[in-house]
Design a protein around this ligand. Sequence first.
Ligand code: ZN
Length: 409
Amino acid sequence: MGISSELLQKYATLIVRTGANVQPGQVVQLAVSVEQHDFAALITEECYKAGAKKVNVDWTSDTQSRLHYLYADQETLSAVLPWEEAKMKQMTEDLPCRIFIASEDPDAMNGIDPEKLSAVMQRRASVMKPYRNAIEGKHQWVIAAYPSLKWAQKCFPEAENPVDLLWDAILKTVRVQAENDPVEAWKAHTAFIEEKAAWLNTQGFASLRYHSENGTDFTVDLIPGARWEGAGAVNSVNGAFYIPNMPTEEIFTSPMAGRCEGTLVAVKPLSWNSQLIEDFSITFRNGRAVSCAAAKGQELLEKMIHMDDGAAMLGEVALVPKESPVNQCGFLFYETLFDENACCHCALGMGFKEVLPGGDDLTMEQAGKQGINDSIIHVDFMVGADDLSIDGIRPDGTAVPVFRNGTWA
Ligand code: ZN
């Protein structure tokens, strides 16, 4: 059993050519688990065939990460060493094409002190942030997935061949099939998303109003002139069109930070720092999360909201119809890359300055003055109930149906 080499090659080609769209002469930075060394080789070769100048690999390992957290102290783990910083600095000069292959075991960090996890992440992210800001919008990147055994077992605990089942689901969501040309399939898919985004961009909504029987009752203001985007992005330095997430179904924008009211009820569990938050809701007053309730992971959720000043405000609102192939798969992937493409969601934390006109050239501080939220976190949570309705509210107060019963009105 397992996936055929032909499908695997199609998938690798799709990631490199359509996702990252590696350009001749570019440096590629590939992050991939040691368990997927064969796939890493396939991706590497495809990058060179696309003209990459050099492919550097950052090997990752769930097992190693877990051991570090079990045995090394918080101080040591939090320190960003000079060579790590130098590497990030090098990236601001090379502006490499970045390819991330996600395959993590969702339970990798079970039992690790959430305090330690978030403290380490917070310290490291704050040192790395200026470098990340410096390459934002100026390089191509893509995250795609590869099913590890542990991840597959988490999704299909009862199955005999969980990896095969997860492969089937992943290939379905990224539109890689034996009989199709995935590159062509993605052209059609991208065109559909762009058409919906274009419609939203002509509407000029001042705010969005969410309602569902599950308790979601929420209004969020949008930034005048901010764009709705989806599917692809353009590297502002070389003009290359790339697709940051595979799969992707969402159309998103960044709302006005600090301007929302009401309660959002999550419809799917949230996996954060490799731990689960389940059956939760978040209530906002004057644009900030002021309370939250979770049947599981309450402490973790509170920690997340208090990571920094911007963590309690929204950085993203995204529209995904319930017919999404990810939703059709009918199970939780325990991986944001998939789960955020199942239905409508919002994200706490950092917003996207590129949705502002000329946003690529703004600093986060300048973008913040126009309403883009800033934070070291960006965490998506799903609010797309089957009965969700969303109205777009025009500046004159008229309401336009955008979503009805979880899909485009
Ligand atoms: Zn999103």
